[in-house]
Design a protein around this ligand. Structure first.
Ligand code: NAP
Length: 327
């Protein structure tokens, strides 16, 4: 089978399509025939050699890709939740390498994908959606509360915005001006340009801040902390950038909480709950562009601009391959 792998760290050119053996699922695993994989920031961070958190885990050669969607090809002897042919989406163990025609992964890292989306759409959902899901849950955002989402037009931000709206929150999203209409279409109540140096001056009485930006900026973090209400919550995706003493001081004075998202949740249950929201039409996944496997370098280059709207996807097989098999 074909898989995209790296034998050295570096630029997009180090990714190569290789022929490797189809993996054999263990007792608690499923073999998934992959149709699409999401392209996520961790993919280019791993390709470049990692950051302070990831570096110790990276041993070459490596398969790339965090998440994806496909059909169940085979089930391990202990797996009863799925049968051959089920359409699933999931987030396998880190470094399992979803840019591949087949992957073997734990069954409890997958769920049945939403019935109203394509494989390309489903493949783009799991990693970002689980970050956004965990973030809105850790933020304990409720109906009527004011939630600020920083970086609301990106993969995580665009889903967090919709999850917060589905909970009835009042949502303020930050983005570049060209994304204002996009955020409003997703349901944002207010939009703010984070490039305005003093955007914090436009904010007050925020119950929950969700920092989903791919760019760390201590100044922006401090401005958003200043806008938090007493007993507010500040949630961040930026694990490599620990909260500073000064930042924590502001939160302590407000009796506010600060949390880094670690995505410690039940993956299968959360993906099933997310699928229900998508099937109910309350949340949609926005795909900017689909790239074939042969254009993975272009896909990474696009994501590394840090200005992709919604998601980009790696198409591993064409959708009609599954229809032909069903005929
Ligand atoms: N994706 C995952 O599953 C995952 C998992 C763990 C951690 N993370 C981390 O979470 C962060 C976000 O991930 P993502 O997948 O949502 O990234 P992404 O899709 O690449 O984010 C792109 C968005 O970021 C916005 N943006 C760019 N520069 C910004 C800035 N200086 N301030 C605020 N927003 C800015 C852009 O908005 P405009 O184009 O409107 O400027 C664009 O919409 C990354 O740092 C990633 O490492 C992600």
């Amino acid at each position: 089978m074909k898989a995209i792998r790296i034998h050295e760290f570096g630029g997009p050119e180090v990714m190569k399509i290789e022929e490797i053996e189809i993996p054999v699922p263990k007792a608690d695993e499923i073999l998934v025939k992959m149709f699409a994989s999401g392209i996520n920031p961790a993919d280019y961070v791993v390709r470049q050699g990692g950051n302070v958190i990831l570096k110790p885990f990276l041993k070459l050669p490596l398969g790339l890709g965090l998440d994806g969607a496909g059909t169940v090809e085979e089930t391990g002897s202990d797996v009863s939740r799925f049968k051959k042919g089920d359409k699933v989406y999931g987030l396998p163990n880190f470094l399992n390498g979803t840019y591949a025609e087949f992957i073997a992964a734990k069954a409890n890292q997958f769920a049945i994908m939403p019935n109203n989306v394509s494989f390309n759409e489903a493949g783009a959902i799991p990693s970002c959606a689980l970050m956004a899901w965990d973030g809105t849950n850790l933020g304990k955002v409720n109906a009527g509360q004011k939630m600020l989402i920083h970086g609301a037009a990106g993969g995580i931000g665009s889903l967090a915005l919709q999850f917060a709206k589905a909970k009835g929150a009042y949502v303020i999203g930050t983005a570049s001006r060209y994304n204002f209409d996009f955020l409003k279409q997703l349901g944002a109540d207010e939009v703010i340009d984070y490039k305005d140096e003093n955007f914090g001056g436009l904010l007050a009485a925020i119950d929950v801040v969700f920092d989903a930006s791919p760019v760390f900026n201590e100044g922006a973090r401090m401005m958003m902390a200043a806008a938090l209400k007493d007993y507010g919550r500040f949630v961040s995706v930026q694990l490599p950038h620990a909260f500073s003493e000064e930042f924590l001081g502001i939160l302590t004075r407000k009796n506010a909480e600060a949390k880094m998202i670690r995505r410690e949740l039940d993956i299968a249950q959360s993906l099933s709950d997310i699928a229900k929201l998508i099937e109910a039409g309350k949340v949609s996944i926005v795909i900017s562009k689909v790239y074939p496997m042969g254009e993975v370098a272009e896909a990474h280059t696009a994501l590394e601009t840090k200005h992709v709207r919604g998601k980009i996807v790696l198409e591993i097989r064409k959708e009609n391959e599954s229809r032909n098999e069903a005929d």
